[in-house]
Design a protein around this ligand. Structure first.
Ligand SMILES: Cc1ncc(COP(=O)(O)O)c(C=O)c1O
Length: 396
Protein backbone atom coordinates (compact mmCIF):
# COMPACT_ATOMS: atom_id res chain seq x y z
CA UNK A 1 0.00 0.00 0.00
CA UNK A 2 2.74 2.48 0.93
CA UNK A 3 4.90 2.20 -2.20
CA UNK A 4 1.93 2.81 -4.55
CA UNK A 5 0.91 5.68 -2.27
CA UNK A 6 4.28 7.41 -2.71
CA UNK A 7 3.89 6.69 -6.43
CA UNK A 8 0.74 8.85 -6.42
CA UNK A 9 2.84 11.86 -5.52
CA UNK A 10 5.07 11.24 -8.53
CA UNK A 11 2.00 10.99 -10.75
CA UNK A 12 -0.27 13.72 -9.34
CA UNK A 13 2.22 16.01 -7.60
CA UNK A 14 2.78 17.04 -4.00
CA UNK A 15 1.18 17.81 -1.62
CA UNK A 16 -1.79 15.58 -2.33
CA UNK A 17 -5.00 14.58 -0.57
CA UNK A 18 -5.79 10.89 -1.15
CA UNK A 19 -9.08 9.21 -0.21
CA UNK A 20 -9.94 5.52 -0.03
CA UNK A 21 -13.41 4.80 -1.44
CA UNK A 22 -13.68 1.40 0.29
CA UNK A 23 -13.02 2.95 3.69
CA UNK A 24 -15.53 5.75 3.08
CA UNK A 25 -18.25 3.26 2.13
CA UNK A 26 -17.41 1.04 5.12
CA UNK A 27 -17.82 3.97 7.52
CA UNK A 28 -21.23 4.86 6.06
CA UNK A 29 -22.32 1.24 6.42
CA UNK A 30 -21.02 0.96 10.00
CA UNK A 31 -23.25 3.86 10.99
CA UNK A 32 -26.30 2.52 9.26
CA UNK A 33 -25.76 -0.97 10.70
CA UNK A 34 -25.67 0.37 14.26
CA UNK A 35 -29.36 1.34 14.05
CA UNK A 36 -32.45 -0.32 12.64
CA UNK A 37 -33.27 1.19 9.22
CA UNK A 38 -36.85 1.96 10.24
CA UNK A 39 -35.56 4.03 13.17
CA UNK A 40 -32.74 6.33 12.14
CA UNK A 41 -31.67 8.54 9.23
CA UNK A 42 -28.13 9.85 8.80
CA UNK A 43 -27.39 13.31 7.44
CA UNK A 44 -23.69 13.59 6.62
CA UNK A 45 -22.31 16.92 7.91
CA UNK A 46 -20.69 18.02 4.67
CA UNK A 47 -18.64 20.72 6.36
CA UNK A 48 -16.23 17.87 7.20
CA UNK A 49 -15.44 17.36 3.51
CA UNK A 50 -17.48 18.69 0.61
CA UNK A 51 -15.64 17.20 -2.35
CA UNK A 52 -18.49 16.48 -4.84
CA UNK A 53 -17.17 12.99 -5.73
CA UNK A 54 -17.08 11.98 -2.07
CA UNK A 55 -20.57 13.44 -1.61
CA UNK A 56 -21.74 11.27 -4.49
CA UNK A 57 -20.45 8.16 -2.71
CA UNK A 58 -22.14 9.21 0.52
CA UNK A 59 -25.39 9.64 -1.42
CA UNK A 60 -25.06 6.17 -2.95
CA UNK A 61 -24.64 4.81 0.58
CA UNK A 62 -28.04 6.22 1.53
CA UNK A 63 -27.07 9.13 3.77
CA UNK A 64 -28.62 12.60 3.52
CA UNK A 65 -26.83 15.92 4.03
CA UNK A 66 -26.52 18.28 6.96
CA UNK A 67 -25.77 21.70 5.45
CA UNK A 68 -24.87 24.91 7.28
CA UNK A 69 -24.82 27.47 4.47
CA UNK A 70 -26.57 28.22 1.20
CA UNK A 71 -23.35 27.17 -0.57
CA UNK A 72 -23.52 23.73 1.03
CA UNK A 73 -27.22 23.40 0.14
CA UNK A 74 -26.46 24.28 -3.47
CA UNK A 75 -23.56 21.80 -3.59
CA UNK A 76 -25.77 19.04 -2.17
CA UNK A 77 -28.43 19.77 -4.79
CA UNK A 78 -25.71 19.91 -7.46
CA UNK A 79 -24.55 16.36 -6.68
CA UNK A 80 -28.10 15.04 -6.75
CA UNK A 81 -29.48 15.08 -3.20
CA UNK A 82 -33.23 15.76 -3.17
CA UNK A 83 -34.39 18.72 -1.03
CA UNK A 84 -35.97 16.27 1.42
CA UNK A 85 -32.55 14.61 1.93
CA UNK A 86 -31.01 17.90 3.10
CA UNK A 87 -31.27 19.41 6.57
CA UNK A 88 -30.23 23.06 6.97
CA UNK A 89 -28.74 23.95 10.33
CA UNK A 90 -28.24 27.69 10.18
CA UNK A 91 -26.48 29.82 12.78
CA UNK A 92 -27.07 33.61 12.68
CA UNK A 93 -28.49 33.44 9.17
CA UNK A 94 -29.82 36.56 7.44
CA UNK A 95 -33.17 36.87 5.65
CA UNK A 96 -31.67 36.46 2.19
CA UNK A 97 -29.92 33.19 3.04
CA UNK A 98 -32.93 31.80 4.91
CA UNK A 99 -35.22 32.65 2.00
CA UNK A 100 -32.85 31.14 -0.58
CA UNK A 101 -32.57 27.90 1.42
CA UNK A 102 -36.35 27.70 1.68
CA UNK A 103 -36.65 28.38 -2.04
CA UNK A 104 -34.54 25.24 -2.61
CA UNK A 105 -37.28 23.31 -0.78
CA UNK A 106 -34.97 22.41 2.11
CA UNK A 107 -36.28 22.30 5.66
CA UNK A 108 -34.66 24.57 8.21
CA UNK A 109 -33.52 24.21 11.81
CA UNK A 110 -33.16 27.55 13.64
CA UNK A 111 -30.95 28.03 16.66
CA UNK A 112 -32.17 31.10 18.58
CA UNK A 113 -35.51 32.62 19.56
CA UNK A 114 -34.61 35.64 17.43
CA UNK A 115 -34.09 33.39 14.38
CA UNK A 116 -37.31 31.54 15.12
CA UNK A 117 -39.22 34.85 15.13
CA UNK A 118 -37.42 35.93 11.95
CA UNK A 119 -38.31 32.64 10.30
CA UNK A 120 -41.93 33.05 11.45
CA UNK A 121 -42.18 36.54 9.96
CA UNK A 122 -40.80 35.28 6.65
CA UNK A 123 -42.70 31.98 6.48
CA UNK A 124 -45.75 32.00 8.80
CA UNK A 125 -47.88 28.87 9.01
CA UNK A 126 -45.05 26.53 8.01
CA UNK A 127 -42.98 23.87 9.80
CA UNK A 128 -39.57 24.47 11.32
CA UNK A 129 -37.07 22.62 13.51
CA UNK A 130 -35.29 24.15 16.49
CA UNK A 131 -31.84 23.50 17.87
CA UNK A 132 -31.69 23.16 21.64
CA UNK A 133 -28.71 23.66 23.91
CA UNK A 134 -29.03 20.73 26.35
CA UNK A 135 -26.57 22.38 28.76
CA UNK A 136 -24.10 19.59 28.07
CA UNK A 137 -21.02 19.99 25.92
CA UNK A 138 -18.25 17.65 24.84
CA UNK A 139 -15.47 17.48 22.27
CA UNK A 140 -11.78 17.16 21.56
CA UNK A 141 -11.09 20.91 22.06
CA UNK A 142 -12.87 23.95 23.57
CA UNK A 143 -13.41 25.39 20.09
CA UNK A 144 -15.55 22.45 19.02
CA UNK A 145 -17.73 22.14 22.14
CA UNK A 146 -21.12 23.34 20.93
CA UNK A 147 -23.35 22.67 23.94
CA UNK A 148 -23.30 24.07 27.48
CA UNK A 149 -23.07 27.59 28.90
CA UNK A 150 -20.09 28.76 26.81
CA UNK A 151 -21.62 27.82 23.47
CA UNK A 152 -23.23 30.25 21.02
CA UNK A 153 -25.41 27.48 19.60
CA UNK A 154 -28.97 26.45 20.31
CA UNK A 155 -31.83 27.62 22.50
CA UNK A 156 -31.50 26.88 26.19
CA UNK A 157 -33.40 23.68 26.88
CA UNK A 158 -35.20 25.47 29.73
CA UNK A 159 -36.86 27.83 27.25
CA UNK A 160 -39.19 25.26 25.69
CA UNK A 161 -42.27 27.31 26.59
CA UNK A 162 -40.82 30.46 25.00
CA UNK A 163 -40.16 28.47 21.82
CA UNK A 164 -43.79 27.40 21.73
CA UNK A 165 -44.97 30.99 22.35
CA UNK A 166 -42.87 32.43 19.51
CA UNK A 167 -44.03 29.59 17.25
CA UNK A 168 -47.68 30.19 18.16
CA UNK A 169 -47.35 33.92 17.41
CA UNK A 170 -46.43 33.02 13.82
CA UNK A 171 -48.58 29.87 13.58
CA UNK A 172 -45.43 27.78 13.11
CA UNK A 173 -45.38 24.05 13.70
CA UNK A 174 -42.26 22.87 15.55
CA UNK A 175 -41.73 19.62 13.67
CA UNK A 176 -38.23 18.75 14.86
CA UNK A 177 -35.90 19.13 17.83
CA UNK A 178 -32.16 18.98 17.37
CA UNK A 179 -28.94 19.30 19.32
CA UNK A 180 -25.24 18.90 18.54
CA UNK A 181 -23.08 19.06 21.66
CA UNK A 182 -19.63 18.98 20.07
CA UNK A 183 -17.17 17.17 17.88
CA UNK A 184 -14.72 14.31 18.36
CA UNK A 185 -16.66 12.57 21.14
CA UNK A 186 -15.51 9.05 22.04
CA UNK A 187 -17.61 8.67 25.18
CA UNK A 188 -20.95 6.89 24.73
CA UNK A 189 -22.13 8.20 28.12
CA UNK A 190 -21.87 11.85 27.00
CA UNK A 191 -23.84 11.20 23.83
CA UNK A 192 -26.48 9.27 25.78
CA UNK A 193 -26.80 11.96 28.44
CA UNK A 194 -27.48 14.69 25.89
CA UNK A 195 -29.97 12.41 24.16
CA UNK A 196 -31.76 11.94 27.47
CA UNK A 197 -32.09 15.72 27.99
CA UNK A 198 -33.64 16.22 24.57
CA UNK A 199 -36.04 13.31 24.95
CA UNK A 200 -37.18 14.56 28.35
CA UNK A 201 -38.24 17.91 26.93
CA UNK A 202 -39.61 16.51 23.65
CA UNK A 203 -43.11 15.63 24.99
CA UNK A 204 -43.75 19.37 25.46
CA UNK A 205 -43.75 19.62 21.65
CA UNK A 206 -46.83 17.79 20.36
CA UNK A 207 -46.17 17.91 16.60
CA UNK A 208 -42.71 16.43 16.15
CA UNK A 209 -41.75 14.45 13.05
CA UNK A 210 -38.12 13.99 14.08
CA UNK A 211 -35.63 14.25 16.91
CA UNK A 212 -32.06 14.92 15.78
CA UNK A 213 -29.09 14.15 18.02
CA UNK A 214 -26.48 15.87 15.85
CA UNK A 215 -23.05 14.49 15.04
CA UNK A 216 -19.88 14.46 17.07
CA UNK A 217 -18.91 10.78 16.78
CA UNK A 218 -15.16 10.77 17.26
CA UNK A 219 -12.35 8.69 15.84
CA UNK A 220 -9.16 7.57 17.62
CA UNK A 221 -6.45 9.80 16.14
CA UNK A 222 -3.77 8.51 18.55
CA UNK A 223 -2.37 4.98 18.22
CA UNK A 224 -3.61 3.63 21.58
CA UNK A 225 -6.88 5.57 21.78
CA UNK A 226 -10.03 3.43 22.03
CA UNK A 227 -12.59 4.02 19.27
CA UNK A 228 -16.17 5.09 19.95
CA UNK A 229 -18.15 1.98 20.83
CA UNK A 230 -20.75 2.49 18.13
CA UNK A 231 -22.39 -0.87 18.72
CA UNK A 232 -23.04 -0.07 22.39
CA UNK A 233 -24.25 3.41 21.54
CA UNK A 234 -26.59 1.99 18.90
CA UNK A 235 -28.00 -0.50 21.38
CA UNK A 236 -28.42 1.95 24.27
CA UNK A 237 -29.83 4.70 22.05
CA UNK A 238 -32.25 2.36 20.26
CA UNK A 239 -33.65 1.10 23.54
CA UNK A 240 -34.18 4.68 24.84
CA UNK A 241 -35.65 5.94 21.59
CA UNK A 242 -38.05 2.99 21.34
CA UNK A 243 -39.35 3.85 24.81
CA UNK A 244 -39.86 7.47 23.75
CA UNK A 245 -41.61 6.46 20.55
CA UNK A 246 -43.96 4.12 22.38
CA UNK A 247 -45.12 6.96 24.64
CA UNK A 248 -45.27 9.75 22.02
CA UNK A 249 -48.39 10.45 20.01
CA UNK A 250 -46.80 10.53 16.53
CA UNK A 251 -44.38 8.29 14.59
CA UNK A 252 -41.15 10.22 15.19
CA UNK A 253 -37.98 9.42 13.24
CA UNK A 254 -34.48 9.81 14.62
CA UNK A 255 -31.64 11.67 12.95
CA UNK A 256 -27.90 11.90 13.37
CA UNK A 257 -25.51 14.32 11.62
CA UNK A 258 -22.05 12.69 11.63
CA UNK A 259 -19.25 14.34 9.69
CA UNK A 260 -15.84 13.32 11.01
CA UNK A 261 -16.80 9.69 11.62
CA UNK A 262 -17.80 9.27 7.99
CA UNK A 263 -14.81 10.73 6.22
CA UNK A 264 -11.80 11.25 8.54
CA UNK A 265 -10.19 7.82 8.30
CA UNK A 266 -10.52 7.57 4.53
CA UNK A 267 -8.20 10.52 3.87
CA UNK A 268 -4.43 11.11 4.01
CA UNK A 269 -2.43 14.19 3.18
CA UNK A 270 0.78 13.22 1.37
CA UNK A 271 3.58 15.77 1.66
CA UNK A 272 7.21 15.84 0.52
CA UNK A 273 10.20 16.65 2.71
CA UNK A 274 11.93 19.80 1.46
CA UNK A 275 14.51 20.37 4.22
CA UNK A 276 15.96 18.71 7.31
CA UNK A 277 17.21 21.22 9.87
CA UNK A 278 19.09 20.06 12.95
CA UNK A 279 18.62 23.15 15.12
CA UNK A 280 19.84 23.64 18.71
CA UNK A 281 16.75 22.26 20.38
CA UNK A 282 14.76 20.44 17.70
CA UNK A 283 15.21 18.59 14.45
CA UNK A 284 12.73 20.15 12.02
CA UNK A 285 11.51 18.15 9.05
CA UNK A 286 10.34 20.83 6.60
CA UNK A 287 7.63 19.90 4.09
CA UNK A 288 5.92 21.40 1.06
CA UNK A 289 2.55 21.75 2.86
CA UNK A 290 1.42 23.41 6.09
CA UNK A 291 -1.50 24.58 8.19
CA UNK A 292 -3.10 26.16 5.12
CA UNK A 293 -3.77 22.57 3.96
CA UNK A 294 -4.43 20.88 7.31
CA UNK A 295 -5.16 23.32 10.10
CA UNK A 296 -6.18 20.86 12.82
CA UNK A 297 -2.76 20.53 14.53
CA UNK A 298 -2.36 24.30 14.69
CA UNK A 299 -6.00 25.20 15.50
CA UNK A 300 -6.70 22.50 18.06
CA UNK A 301 -3.31 20.97 18.90
CA UNK A 302 -4.63 17.85 17.17
CA UNK A 303 -2.58 14.70 16.80
CA UNK A 304 -2.37 13.03 13.38
CA UNK A 305 -0.37 9.84 12.84
CA UNK A 306 2.49 10.41 10.38
CA UNK A 307 4.32 7.75 8.36
CA UNK A 308 7.47 8.12 6.33
CA UNK A 309 6.46 6.18 3.21
CA UNK A 310 9.97 6.42 1.77
CA UNK A 311 11.78 4.92 4.77
CA UNK A 312 9.28 2.74 6.63
CA UNK A 313 11.82 0.63 8.50
CA UNK A 314 14.42 3.35 9.05
CA UNK A 315 16.09 4.16 12.36
CA UNK A 316 13.76 6.14 14.60
CA UNK A 317 14.47 9.77 15.46
CA UNK A 318 12.59 12.42 17.44
CA UNK A 319 11.60 15.21 15.07
CA UNK A 320 9.12 18.04 14.60
CA UNK A 321 7.34 18.06 11.26
CA UNK A 322 6.89 21.59 9.94
CA UNK A 323 5.16 23.28 7.02
CA UNK A 324 6.17 26.04 4.62
CA UNK A 325 4.01 28.82 6.04
CA UNK A 326 5.61 31.90 7.61
CA UNK A 327 4.40 31.26 11.15
CA UNK A 328 6.11 29.42 14.00
CA UNK A 329 2.92 27.53 14.83
CA UNK A 330 3.04 25.83 11.44
CA UNK A 331 3.82 22.34 12.74
CA UNK A 332 2.08 19.07 11.85
CA UNK A 333 3.73 17.30 14.80
CA UNK A 334 5.98 18.23 17.69
CA UNK A 335 8.70 15.93 19.03
CA UNK A 336 7.45 12.82 17.24
CA UNK A 337 9.34 9.53 16.83
CA UNK A 338 9.65 8.94 13.06
CA UNK A 339 11.88 6.84 10.80
CA UNK A 340 14.75 9.08 9.70
CA UNK A 341 13.61 11.60 7.09
CA UNK A 342 15.56 12.86 4.08
CA UNK A 343 14.83 15.49 1.45
CA UNK A 344 12.45 14.05 -1.13
CA UNK A 345 10.85 11.54 1.25
CA UNK A 346 7.06 11.31 1.10
CA UNK A 347 5.22 11.52 4.44
CA UNK A 348 1.61 10.44 4.91
CA UNK A 349 -0.42 12.41 7.44
CA UNK A 350 -3.25 10.03 8.37
CA UNK A 351 -6.92 10.54 9.25
CA UNK A 352 -6.95 13.83 7.37
CA UNK A 353 -10.21 13.23 5.48
CA UNK A 354 -12.34 15.37 7.80
CA UNK A 355 -11.80 19.09 8.34
CA UNK A 356 -8.70 18.91 6.15
CA UNK A 357 -9.33 20.16 2.64
CA UNK A 358 -12.64 21.74 3.70
CA UNK A 359 -10.80 24.04 6.14
CA UNK A 360 -7.88 24.74 3.82
CA UNK A 361 -6.98 28.20 2.59
CA UNK A 362 -4.59 29.97 0.26
CA UNK A 363 -2.80 31.75 3.12
CA UNK A 364 0.64 33.03 2.04
CA UNK A 365 -0.83 32.75 -1.48
CA UNK A 366 0.01 29.09 -1.66
CA UNK A 367 -2.41 27.10 -3.83
CA UNK A 368 -4.40 24.15 -2.48
CA UNK A 369 -3.44 20.54 -3.23
CA UNK A 370 -5.10 18.21 -5.69
CA UNK A 371 -7.42 15.44 -4.44
CA UNK A 372 -7.31 11.83 -5.63
CA UNK A 373 -9.74 8.98 -4.99
CA UNK A 374 -8.59 5.37 -4.79
CA UNK A 375 -11.59 3.50 -6.17
CA UNK A 376 -12.76 0.25 -4.66
CA UNK A 377 -12.05 -2.56 -5.09
CA UNK A 378 -8.98 -2.13 -7.35
CA UNK A 379 -7.55 1.06 -5.74
CA UNK A 380 -7.18 2.70 -9.15
CA UNK A 381 -6.58 6.44 -8.67
CA UNK A 382 -8.83 9.15 -10.11
CA UNK A 383 -8.19 12.87 -9.87
CA UNK A 384 -11.29 14.28 -8.14
CA UNK A 385 -10.10 17.88 -7.79
CA UNK A 386 -7.32 19.45 -9.76
CA UNK A 387 -4.46 21.21 -8.05
CA UNK A 388 -5.04 24.93 -7.65
CA UNK A 389 -2.56 27.13 -9.51
CA UNK A 390 -1.04 30.51 -8.81
CA UNK A 391 -2.95 31.73 -11.88
CA UNK A 392 -6.18 30.76 -10.06
CA UNK A 393 -5.10 32.98 -7.19
CA UNK A 394 -4.28 35.88 -9.49
CA UNK A 395 -7.77 35.83 -11.02
CA UNK A 396 -9.89 38.83 -9.99
C1 LIG B 1 -24.89 21.11 13.61
C2 LIG B 1 -23.77 20.19 13.37
N1 LIG B 1 -24.05 18.92 13.05
C3 LIG B 1 -23.06 18.02 12.80
C4 LIG B 1 -21.73 18.40 12.87
C5 LIG B 1 -20.69 17.36 12.55
O1 LIG B 1 -19.84 17.12 13.59
P1 LIG B 1 -18.83 15.89 13.52
O2 LIG B 1 -17.99 16.09 12.31
O3 LIG B 1 -18.06 15.98 14.77
O4 LIG B 1 -19.66 14.66 13.43
C6 LIG B 1 -21.40 19.70 13.22
C7 LIG B 1 -19.98 20.09 13.32
O5 LIG B 1 -19.60 21.16 13.63
C8 LIG B 1 -22.44 20.62 13.47
O6 LIG B 1 -22.18 21.89 13.79
Amino acid sequence: MSAPEAELVRRFGSPLYVYDEGELRARCRALRNAFAPELADFFYAMKANSNPHLLGIVREEGLGIDAVSLGEVRMARHVGFAPTQISFNGNNVDDAEMSAVRAEGVHVIVDSLAQLARYGRLFPETSVGVRLNPDIGAGHHDHVITGGPESKFGIDVGLARSILEVAAAHRLRIHGLQHHIGSGILDVAKLSLAMEVLLEVAPLFPELDFVDFGGGFGIPYRPLQAPLDLETFGRVATERIERFRAAYSRPVRVRFEPGRFVVATSGSLLVTVTAVKRAKKHTFIGTDSGFHHLIRPMAYGSYHRIENLSNQGGALEVVSVAGNICESGDLFAKERLLPECHEGDVLAIRDAGAYGYSMSSTYNLRPRPAEVLLSSPDQSPTLIRRRETIEDLLAP
